[in-house]
Design a protein around this ligand. Structure first.
Ligand code: NAD
Length: 480
């Protein structure tokens, strides 16, 4: 069977690239989901030019016109949740339930930002000078470049593209190389929902080839990026000295603290869902379990017993708890970190390759790790959790705050004083009490601290900060 060839979309039209790259199913790499026609520098420049040309017209539309497009697109995404969820599970490898959930989230985000477009974002302010009136208005930035990772192929693009469009910006969107099909569908849906040509452009291509043109083109007013710390830093360095607005959401090393006062069942579920859900390939995954001495052994026993019934297999098969790792190089990275953990003295439980064809890995625990172990400090991005035993709550807080990628942190405790103190003391951008570190709402700010984030927060009520610029106007009205 010949595969569908997906191309970049520039000014509303297909824009073929210079090379082809297969989009492979990580559950069965012989299954070619689609073929991406990979763009190059020429595609990137054409896409930015198209977005720049379309900007004045789109910026002049009314909030209602923008809201209607986003709402229509959201309705289509929701109506096609089963089909798009199947595609996402097939190309990225999360389970069907997780993939469908992500698609529904994307639909909700589009509809949420349809509403946001209609909300008032300006202010009228009394001047300190008699006879002067002040207004503070929010205006679009211009062309926004959106660059996204592979682990949330539709939700992350939606939470960047929807606010960019809602506030009147035009967009050039570059998805990760591993997930072109979900990205292409989202762009197709938005364009058919009524976007004028050039308002939303898609560039399929390698970051190393198209990245610098997409971020450094003089017509690009802002770059919103989600991905690794390494790539984020490279973009920031390349843009140093320029006035381009930059928002970076990067890696996470997220601790889950479990104290002696925790409900054991809640703690086991928080760790298993937070650590191994979506194959542990979430920036908010609970990748370091910090357990106080009195609960450590019972907790580890509870997690091992829960994982004994954990089914790893084809992402689209029924009754599966965890799909494959996204590709061979990520699988090698997971195994490399497990080998380092063992060499540094940890007792590695699980972590064997499973099956013959797909990139399947058994969930793994690195027992006896410390906060200084490599596996507790660096982002693995797989179904791998390091387990750190500490004496008491105070030591647990210090261990949780040892992370340098402070995206999310959680605590399981039934003690109100511990819960309240942890919420204040945590260095993370998001704190969860008796919940997994992963799993967030879309109408509130999202983001981390330390090496994990740069620039204004994303999502919900925070999005207006990045996707608009404010103008303060003074008017001396005079006397009638
Ligand atoms: P990555 O940094 O390798 O790639 C991200 C994107 O950047 C891709 O689209 C890639 O093509 C592009 N890119 C690569 N080089 C570039 C360059 N020089 N200029 C511009 N773009 C370039 O990340 P990944 O492997 O796709 O995703 C995994 C990473 O994403 C993890 O570190 C994870 O923690 C992070 N992540 C963070 C969040 C968050 O919100 N904090 C959410 C999801 C994933």
């Amino acid at each position: 069977m010949t595969s569908r060839v997906l191309a970049s979309v520039v000014a509303g039209a297909r824009y073929a690239g210079s090379a082809e790259q297969p989009d492979l199913n990580p559950s069965d790499p012989t299954d070619v989901v689609a073929v991406a026609s990979m763009g190059d520098l020429d595609t990137a420049v054409a896409a930015v030019d198209a977005a720049a040309t379309a900007f004045p017209g789109w910026a002049a539309t009314t909030p209602w016109q923008r809201a209607e497009v986003l709402d229509r697109a959201g309705s289509e995404v929701l109506a096609r949740a089963d089909e798009l969820g199947d595609l996402l599970a097939r190309e990225e490898g999360k389970t069907l339930a997780e993939a469908r959930g992500e698609v529904v989230r994307a639909g909700q985000i589009l509809k949420y930002f349809a509403g946001v477009a209609l909300q008032p974002h300006g202010q009228a302010v009394d001047s300190v000078r008699a006879g002067v009136e002040i207004t503070v208005t929010r205006e679009p930035l211009g062309v926004v470049t959106v660059i996204t990772p592979w682990n949330f192929p539709i939700a992350i693009p939606a939470w960047k593209i929807a606010p960019a469009l809602a506030f009147g910006n035009t967009v050039v969107f570059k998805p990760a190389e591993l997930v072109p099909a979900s990205a292409w569908e989202l762009v197709d849906i938005l364009n058919r929902a009524g976007l004028p040509p050039g308002v939303l452009n898609l560039v399929l291509g390698r970051g190393s080839q198209v990245g610098s043109a997409l971020t450094g083109h003089p017509s690009v007013a802002a770059v919103t990026f989600t991905g690794s710390v390494e790539t984020g830093r490279r973009i920031l360095e390349a843009l140093a000295g320029r006035s381009t607005k930059v928002q970076l959401e990067l890696g996470g090393k997220n601790p889950l603290v479990v104290t002696d006062k925790a409900d054991l069942g809640v703690a086991v579920e928080c760790l298993v869902q937070g650590g191994f859900g979506s194959t542990g390939q979430r920036c908010t995954a609970s990748s370091v379990l910090v357990a106080t001495d009195g609960i450590h052994d019972a907790l580890v026993a509870g997690i091992r017993s829960r994982l004994a019934g954990w089914r790893v297999g084809d992402a689209r098969a029924n009754g599966i708890d965890m799909g494959p790792v996204v590709d061979a190089s990520q699988l090698e990275q997971d195994e490399r970190y497990l080998a380092i953990a063992a060499a540094e003295g940890a007792d590695v439980i699980g972590g064997r390759r499973l099956g013959d064809a797909g990139h399947f890995l058994e969930p793994a625990l690195a027992l006896g790790a410390t906060v200084d172990s490599t596996i507790s400090r660096e982002e693995v991005f797989g179904p791998v959790v390091s387990v750190v035993r500490v004496a008491d709550y105070e030591e647990a807080v210090a261990a949780a705050n040892a992370s340098t990628m402070n995206l999310s942190a959680g605590i399981c405790t039934t003690n109100l004083a511990e819960a309240a103190h942890f919420r204040r003391a945590s260095k993370a951008g998001m704190v969860m009490v008796n919940l997994p570190t992963a799993g967030v709402d879309f109408h509130v700010p999202f983001g981390g601290r330390g090496e994990s984030s740069h620039g204004p927060r994303e999502q919900g009520t925070a999005a207006v900060e990045f996707f608009t610029t404010s103008k303060t106007s003074y008017l001396a009205a005079g006397r009638p």
